[in-house]
Write a protein that binds this ligand. Structure first.
Ligand code: G3H
Ligand code: 13P
Ligand code: ZN
Length: 309
């Protein structure tokens, strides 16, 4: 048990019919809900920390909470930096004990993305840490619809192959139509599976990463709205599309929005049904349980990862 890199997890998942869930964490209850589900399901696990989460919780807290989760559960867990924007934050996280970092150079032109990614890869590999990079831009709600926009923003397969060869990156996040948040599609959901297959065909040894992969479970959206929330028209990636992506090289599936929705839905319900409560444990406890239930569902039905750790 301990903090591990994704090397072994991805080696097992690649070419297999399951993916590793990468869940965003911001506080103790979120971490506990996720790890308890992963333990029960015997699933491989990545806990990821964004720059915003690091700022919110302060750098030391989340690392120590993840270490505590390992002691408590006996699981192997990868601690990953999500969307590191530059060398500096990646270096800090490597130095703080993260076992994986993402350098997100997707806002740069190809050559600059290669340059910043290579800089991080050199530093991280020297310290036994693995690196995820991103090529292409995650779609806005309109981009998946128009062919021109797709070609301009989605990952180019030839470029992906060149990028991996020149940077030595360990895994690659691809843009095929997903986007962050609760509003992923206006009409019918669309992911560019032909593009994904082409990328996977050119770099079959490279684990691919799907960002923006929350399914936006209708049950939690409905519960939020029923108990005073206002998130109409939320739509995520259908579960069968995630399962399809997993067949074509996707080894890491990023989930944050679904955690936020599960937690918020439960807290909203609790406040409405128990207006007399003011002990945070009374509503954070059920919120933690809701996260655990949602993550178990994901591991079993969307990631197909039960029994893989
Ligand atoms: O990809 C973004 C994640 O959902 C993290 O979001 O930057 O608000 O923590 P955040
Ligand atoms: P969601 O917003 O779909 O949960 O995506 C999270 C993500 O990609 C984190 O990097
Ligand atoms: Zn992301």
């Amino acid at each position: 048990m301990g903090l591990v890199t994704t090397k072994e997890m991805f080696a097992k998942a690649l070419g297999s019919d399951y993916a590793v869930g990468a869940f965003n964490v911001n506080n103790m209850e979120i971490i506990q809900g996720i790890v308890d589900a992963a333990k029960e399901e015997k699933a491989p696990l990545i806990l990821q920390v964004s720059a915003g989460a690091r700022k919110y919780a302060k750098p030391a807290y989340l690392v120590k909470l993840v270490e505590a989760a390992i002691i408590d559960t006996g699981l192997d867990i990868c601690l990953h930096l999500d969307h590191g924007e530059d060398f500096d934050i990646c270096r800090k996280c490597v130095d703080d004990g993260f076992t994986s970092v993402m350098i997100d150079g997707s806002r740069y032109e190809f050559e600059e993305n290669i340059r910043v990614t290579k800089e991080v890869v050199d530093y991280a590999h020297d310290h036994g840490v693995v690196v995820e990079a991103e090529l292409g831009k995650l779609a806005g709600i309109e981009d998946a619809v128009k062919v021109d926009a797709r070609n301009a923003t989605f990952t180019d397969p030839e470029e992906a192959a060149e990028f991996v060869a020149r940077t030595g990156v360990d895994s690659l996040a691809v843009a095929i139509g997903t986007s962050h948040g609760a509003y992923k599609f206006k009409g019918d959901p669309y992911l560019d599976f032909e593009r994904l297959k082409e990328i996977h065909g050119l770099i079959p040894e490279t684990p691919l990463v799907l960002h923006g992969a929350s399914t936006v479970l209708p049950e939690f959206v409905a519960r939020c709205n029923k108990y005073g929330g206002n998130i109409p028209g939320a739509q995520g990636v259908p579960e069968d599309m995630i399962l399809e992506a997993v067949k074509h090289g996707v080894c890491k599936v990023n989930i944050d929005t679904d955690l936020r929705l599960a937690m918020t839905a439960e807290i909203r319900r609790h406040f409405m049904e128990h207006p007399e409560d003011f002990d945070p444990r009374k509503y954070l406890g059920p919120a933690r349980d809701a996260i655990k239930g949602m993550v178990s569902h994901k591991i079993r039905n969307v990631l197909n990862a039960s029994g893989r750790q």
